[in-house]
Design a protein around this ligand. Structure first.
Ligand SMILES: *Cc1c(COP(=O)(O)O)cnc(C)c1O
Length: 370
C-alpha cells in the first residue's frame, strides 16, 4: 500500500520550535497548570491577528462557549448561526439552553448569506448574538454582514476556527466581531494537539473568560466561588506547541495556497468541476481545497476512488438544519447549504504533501472523467 495522504494532519516545524518550548517547560517543571508559555502564546497570538487581548483555552468549542457567556446568552435567547458549518459552532448555544436559528449560505462566499440574515432579523428582532463562520479559510462578506448586525445592535462572535491568517480587505478574520474564536485542533492550519483562543478588544471580558476557564476561583486562600466555573484553560505544554506553530503559520498558508493552485491548474478545465469562490476582497488561508461538482461524476465517486488509494477526502459540512439533533430548530434560507453539501468535496490539503502526492490525487480524479 502506498503511503496514506491525509486531508489535513498536524505539521510541526522543521526547525523544532515547538520542542524547544516544550523542553523549556519540562526543565522548569511548568508542566501544569498554566505557566509562561500560556501568557506568551496569548500575547504573540493577539499580536499576530491584530487584536488587543486573547485568552487561551483547551478547545475552540470552549472559546465559543465562553464567548456566548461573555455576551450574556442564556436560557431561551435566540442566537443566529450559519447552517453550513461544523457542529461545534452551534453546540455551545445548546449548552446555554439558548435557541439556535440557522441561516443559509450563498454561492458567492459559501458563508452566511446577508439576504437570509436580513430576513432572519425581520422574523427574530430580539436576537442575543450572531455567530459568523469563515469556512475552509474563506472569509464571509464582513462589510455586508457587520452592517446588518450593527443596524440591529447585536453582538457578533466570529468563529474563525478554520480561517486563522485569512484576510478580508486586508484585515484578519476573527477581529471584526466583539469576539473572535480560533481552534488549534489537530486538523487545523496550526495545532497545539488541541486548543482554542478567544480574542477581543474588551479587556474586562477576556479577564473574565480566563477566570471562568480556571474554575472561577475567587481571590482567597480557601476555594471560594461566587460564579460557575469551567475547566477550559490551555496547558503550558500545549501553549508551547502553539508558540512554535505560530512561527510557521505563514509557511503553512503559503503551502495551502500552493496546493489549491495546483489542483486548480490541473482540474479546473474538467467540465463540471468548480472551485470554492475566492473573492477579490478575500485573501484566504486555503485551509482545505474544496470543489463542487455539476458533472456526471458524483462526490462519492471521487471520495471512493481516493479512499481505494489510501487517500483521505471528505464531503462539505452537512448543514445543521439537516442534522437529526438540530432538526427541530428554525432555518432561514433557500437550499444553498444543502446544494453545497450534496455537490462538494474537500480534497486532501495536507501541508506535508509533495508534488508527487498532488499528482497522484489529480490523476485519480482525472481518471473518473475518461
Ligand atoms: C474545528 C472547528 C471548531 C471547533 O474547534 P475545536 O478546537 O475542535 O473545539 C469550531 N468551529 C469550526 C467551524 C471548526 O471547524
Amino acid at each position: 500500500m502506498t503511503d496514506k495522504i491525509f486531508l489535513a494532519s498536524p505539521h510541526m516545524s522543521d526547525e523544532g520550535y515547538e520542542m524547544s518550548y516544550i523542553q523549556e517547560a519540562f526543565k522548569t517543571n511548568w508542566i501544569a497548570p498554566l505557566g509562561p508559555n500560556v501568557n506568551e502564546f496569548e500575547k504573540e497570538f493577539a499580536l499576530r491577528v491584530g487584536s488587543k487581548y486573547a485568552a487561551a483555552v483547551n478547545t475552540g468549542t470552549a472559546a465559543i462557549h465562553l464567548a456566548l457567556r461573555a455576551v450574556g446568552v442564556g436560557e431561551g435567547d435566540v442566537v443566529f448561526c450559519p447552517s453550513l458549518t461544523f457542529s461545534a459552532s452551534a453546540n455551545p448555544i445548546i449548552y446555554e439552553k439558548a435557541i439556535p436559528v440557522f441561516i443559509d449560505s450563498d454561492y458567492e462566499t459559501w458563508n452566511m448569506c446577508p439576504k437570509a440574515l436580513e430576513r432572519a432579523f425581520e422574523k427574530y428582532p430580539n436576537v442575543k448574538a450572531v455567530i459568523l463562520v469563515h469556512l475552509y479559510g474563506l472569509s464571509a462578506d464582513m462589510d455586508k454582514l457587520m452592517e446588518i448586525c450593527r443596524r440591529y445592535g447585536v453582538t457578533v462572535i466570529e468563529d474563525a476556527a478554520e480561517s486563522l491568517g485569512t484576510l478580508y480587505k486586508g484585515r484578519q478574520t476573527g477581529t471584526f466581531g466583539e469576539y473572535g474564536v480560533f481552534s488549534f485542533n489537530g486538523n487545523k492550519i496550526i495545532t497545539t494537539s488541541g486548543g482554542g483562543m478567544l480574542v477581543s478588544e474588551n479587556e474586562e471580558k477576556i479577564k473574565k473568560v480566563r477566570f471562568w476557564s480556571t474554575q472561577s476561583r475567587d481571590e482567597a486562600r480557601h476555594y471560594q466561588h461566587s460564579e460557575l466555573g469551567f475547566n477550559y484553560r490551555m496547558s503550558n505544554i500545549s501553549a508551547g506547541i502553539g508558540r512554535g506553530q505560530l512561527k510557521v503559520l505563514d509557511q503553512r498558508i503559503a503551502k495551502k495556497k500552493y496546493i489549491f493552485e495546483f489542483y486548480k491548474r490541473e482540474l479546473a478545465k474538467f467540465p463540471g468541476i468548480d472551485f470554492m469562490p475566492i473573492n477579490q476582497w478575500n485573501q484566504p488561508n486555503y485551509w482545505l481545497s474544496c470543489i463542487t461538482l455539476s458533472a456526471a461524476v458524483k462526490p462519492f465517486e471521487i471520495m471512493d476512488a481516493l479512499e481505494k488509494e489510501n487517500i483521505e477526502s471528505r464531503p462539505i459540512w452537512k448543514p445543521m438544519h439537516k442534522q437529526p439533533f438540530f432538526e427541530e430548530y428554525d432555518y432561514i434560507g433557500e437550499d444553498v447549504s444543502e446544494k453545497l453539501f450534496e455537490s462538494g468535496v474537500c480534497l486532501p490539503s495536507d501541508t506535508k504533501m509533495t508534488e508527487t502526492d498532488l499528482e497522484r490525487v489529480c490523476k485519480i480524479v482525472k481518471g473518473l472523467w475518461k
